[in-house]
Design a protein around this ligand. Structure first.
Ligand SMILES: CSCCC(=O)/C(O)=C/O
Ligand SMILES: [Fe+2]
Ligand code: NI
Length: 194
């Protein structure tokens, strides 16, 4: 098996260093001997160094890609309703938007909702214990990369649930965020009667 057959068998593209010393650019422009370039080397360029650093720093070893759209899911309506139920997770929720978009709503200190628009390229990180909900926009489409430190788990702990894991997550979240004396509380505009 020569190198070309080997690459074909592995489903890889053949690539090599371009030899500029030839007039006709329609020819392969290989050096002799050829200087093959592993196509994985080119694929590496696709990796976002910032994302790689975040994964390394925060210990994210697992990931999955979720596409939420009626075309991709048989249980679309049910799932979308579920994401919009107020919930939290026992792990950090970290999502990189690869395509499409939507909204995340998070609870402010006074329990009012703050809405975030997310688009392609945005990274959202919610701490464990923070109540939130997610919805698609009118385009009904998002594709996201979900990261995990452990085996992928998207378990939603809903506010209404009596669950010890909610209690412990909320306790930590309250200590770190809600009861933080340095927290800056937003002044909300007065609602005028009309
Ligand atoms: C766009 S990622 C899927 C929604 C999800 O996993 C979640 O937990 C929303 O809060
Ligand atoms: Fe969530
Ligand atoms: Ni009104």
């Amino acid at each position: 098996m020569d190198q070309r057959d080997e690459l074909e068998a592995q489903g890889k593209l053949e690539a090599w260093e371009y030899n500029p010393h030839d007039e006709d650019h329609r020819r392969p422009h290989k050096y002799f001997p050829n200087r093959p370039v592993d196509s994985e080397h080119v694929r590496e360029w696709d990796k976002n160094p910032l994302l790689e650093k975040i994964k390394m720093d925060r210990g994210y070893k697992y990931s999955e890609i979720a596409t939420i759209s009626p075309e991709e899911m048989t249980d679309f309506e049910e799932k979308v309703k579920g994401y919009f139920k107020e919930h939290m997770h026992s792990q950090e929720e970290i999502r990189l938007i690869l395509d499409g978009g939507g909204y995340w709503d998070i609870r402010d200190y006074d329990e009012s909702w703050i809405r975030f628009r997310v688009n392609k390229g945005d990274l959202i990180v919610l701490p464990p214990g923070m109540f939130h909900r997610f919805t698609l926009d009118e385009h009904n489409y998002v594709k996201a990369l979900l990261l995990y430190t452990n085996i992928p788990c998207r378990t939603q702990l809903e506010k209404s649930t009596e669950d010890d894991s909610i209690a412990s997550c909320r306790k930590l979240y309250a200590e770190k965020v809600l009861n933080n004396p340095r927290a800056i509380h937003r002044k909300r505009p007065q609602i005028s009667a009309h």
